[in-house]
Design a protein around this ligand. Structure first.
Ligand code: HEC
Ligand code: HEC
Length: 289
């Protein structure tokens, strides 16, 4: 059938651009030299605070006093391997933070010591880590929340080619059918996370699933302002909302091949394109009046 072939063609075209693009920019980004504060923000901050409480992983305040340097070097490179070999401290951490599992971190010994020295320094001074880059590029304007919804639902495309958030996330008010369920509902994202944390997730989501998709296709500054405005708006409209529990999906994800993941995403985007067409045309019609 005609529609079928078109869908297949779009699928193949998307794949042929995506696959090489993803592997190329991953290789390139691994080599940029960075200071420890920026490195921590990009690689660790989506899961760890220093001095402001546990997140997906433990607060790292005082970790350089709790553990030896050797232990930390070995653990950060390969947490799961350390747990498997029966290390007691690792086993306790895994139990406490299950189902979350810390992904292996590819750091040089110098980068690792840079981060650990920074943690030690902040701990000594009793200071809290604030990410250096987690600021919006400009103030939020009146149309940003609305634009953010258009981006979230895929009505507007992301400039660097990332998939629409709605293919994996639900969001109150984002279309008649609700969103995907691979990721958690984001209606309360701005209640669950403090502003700099949420901005830093949008800039650099160091969660396995999100990173495999957006690592090579980051949101640009304008898109971050608009999506952030959407989340902030949702907080104002649902002041009493309860934060939804995060789906325990992360642990399973490293087991699924990247190829399968990309196929699934491309597939979901195509399905969404069709399911949302009616709703989108309605939005466009209304915005023209
Ligand atoms: C996707 C989330 C995630 C990311 C990203 C992450 N971690 Fe973790 N980290 C965890 C979790 C969860 C634990 C607890 C053990 C477990 O379940 O894996 C942990 C445990 C740790 C511990 C042990 C803490 C203690 O009390 O002994 C250290 C140290 C650590 N992480 C450092 C880092 C550093 C440094 C980075 C960045 C280079 C990083 N982590 C990135 C989730 C993460
Ligand atoms: C391929 C599916 C996928 C897409 C597309 C996606 N996400 Fe996610 N996202 C996830 C998953 C799965 C999680 C849970 C953590 C993990 O395993 O990565 C998550 C977690 C999050 C979180 C943290 C939520 C929490 O409760 O801790 C935020 C915020 C977020 N995503 C925002 C976005 C935004 C904004 C977009 C669009 C720009 C987006 N995501 C697109 C899959 C996706």
């Amino acid at each position: 059938m005609k529609i079928h072939t078109t869908v297949k063609r779009i699928g193949l075209a998307v794949l042929s651009v995506w696959l090489p693009a993803m592997s190329l920019s991953h290789a390139a980004s691994a080599q940029t030299p960075q200071g420890p504060a920026v490195m921590f923000e990009k690689r660790c901050y989506s899961c760890h605070n220093i001095g402001s409480g546990d997140k997906k992983g433990p607060d790292l305040k005082g970790v350089t006093d709790r553990r030896t340097r050797d232990w930390l070097h070995e653990y950060i490179l390969a947490p799961a391997a350390m747990n498997r070999k029966g290390d007691q401290a690792a086993a306790e951490l895994f139990k406490k933070f299950a189902p979350e599992v810390m992904p292996d971190q590819a750091l040089t010994p110098e980068e690792m010591d840079g981060i650990l020295n920074m943690i030690q320094d902040l701990t000594r001074k009793g200071e809290v880590y604030v990410p250096p880059g987690a600021k919006l590029a400009r103030a939020i304007g009146p149309t940003d929340a609305h634009d953010g919804l258009l981006l979230f639902t895929g009505r507007w495309k992301f400039q660097n080619g990332g998939p629409a958030c709605i293919s994996c996330h639900n969001f109150k008010g984002a279309g008649a059918f609700g969103g995907g369920t691979l990721g958690p509902d984001l209606t309360t994202a701005n209640i669950k996370y403090r502003d700099p944390e949420l901005i830093s997730i949008l800039q650099n989501p160091n969660f396995p699933t999100m990173n495999s998709v957006f690592g090579a296709h980051p949101l640009n500054d304008e898109e971050i302002v608009k999506i952030f405005a959407l989340f902030q708006n949702a907080k104002q409209q649902n002041p009493n909302a309860q934060v939804a529990a995060t789906a325990p999906i992360e642990a399973k994800f490293p087991l699924i091949g990247a190829g399968a993941l990309i196929l699934a995403i491309v597939g979901m985007n195509l399905i969404w394109k069709n399911r949302l067409r009616g709703v989108r045309e309605e939005i466009v019609r209304r915005s023209r009046i």
